[in-house]
Design a protein around this ligand. Sequence first.
Ligand code: ATP
Ligand code: MN
Length: 460
Amino acid sequence: MRTKVKDLLKSKPGQEVTAKGWVRTKRGNKNIAFIALNDGSTINNIQIVVETANFSEELLKKITTGACIAATGNLVESVGSGQAVEIQATDITLYGEANPDTYPLQKKGHSMEFLRTIAHLRPRTNTFGAVLRIRHAMAFAIHKYFNDKRFVYLHTPIITASDCEGAGEMFQVTTLDLNNPPRKENGQIDYSQDFFGRQTSLTVSGQLEGELGAMALGEIYTFGPTFRAENSNTPRHLAEFWMIEPEMAFYDITDNMELAEDFIKSLVRYALENCMDDMKFLNDMFDKELIARLEGVVKTDFVRLTYTEGIKILEESGEKFEYPVSWGVDLQSEHERYLVEKHFKKPVIMTDYPKDIKAFYMKQNDDGKTVRGMDVLFPKIGEIIGGSERESSLEKLEARISELNMGRETLEWYLDTRRFGSAPHSGFGLGFERLLLFVTGMSNIRDVIPFPRTPKSAEF
Ligand code: ATP
Ligand code: MN
């Protein structure tokens, strides 16, 4: 029976144990070898002590960095510093060799850029082990948070015929022969012959279907992959990312803000309480202020600010921005970060945006100019959450849809929520990888997802 390294390191010495994992390093001399073994259960390695006389030279030669072995022996108190216990090996099985001339993860200290080119092997590094364990813990904490609040996990579709954000940044899904697609008389492609009998894409958000769920189950959330064909090669955008989208009946925008703030804080708290080994490693290696920043956020009240107030602060800041600001412009991350990092030095929830820069479904304010959107802005990240109170009036929603020249045919089912038993409701979307950027202190979103998809890159 194999015991995980995480458990071995907490076990009492004086028993026979077996560890299985990948060799991080092997050092020593003619008589004795020390193998640092890692099995992914923790950032820490277990040390295997090998008296070379007891094993064949042939076997020992093959135990190199990256090789996979099982080691059985006595768990004893360690005399060396750095670990409480170690295994005095009596038996070693070699599962898989890793040729030192070709295994790419020999020495430590590879650049993040290089590691991206070997994303199939990078989970074996300390950094990606830590990030991927934290990613798992955060996913679990998200389900736990909503389950404790009795939200229903609603699985919204991935293939869709509607464009939720109206931004036209969708990946098309088709089985038509792209070299010779069927055409209508007017020359346009005849999608009635496509797999679904219509034009379809990968979803940019589960929100519209989420709203259907909220109008029946009260409070729901989705947690799934979303796809955006936006050609933005930034450290904060992926073409395929995961989003958490709660949607709640009977919540107004204030309730929505309170939920968003409590949600993020409780996730950060969960990370601090459950991922300390990994976070300490990331704190030491990448971002010396990581843990302090996370502890700060948990204790801080987020600033609440209208877009109009925010613009005023930016205009009066005297700061030179790459993109100039004035009322009506969409905020760039440089503006968001100025407010959060320089002006307030705390997370900000910004509300009441000009309607022209926000999606059609947001509740219109009485001023005729703004809508009840709310974005949560974070240090180092900029926008981490985007949400709103939704327009619940059928007439206003219909007016907005035609004002924007949106294809109504694909939205009739959505309008039914306003036609039958409409209710005030709100929701938001948290980008899972943006959250992970914050919690891990990584600076590029490509390094918090196992296999990133970005423009011109879909390997592995
Ligand atoms: P941004 O202005 O940063 O592109 P957005 O306004 O397009 O964000 P929303 O449409 O409101 O974002 O999506 C909700 C959340 O999803 C965002 O707050 C962000 O956390 C995340 N998100 C959006 N686009 C991406 C992306 N391309 N990659 C990763 N996360 C994203
Ligand atoms: Mn975007």
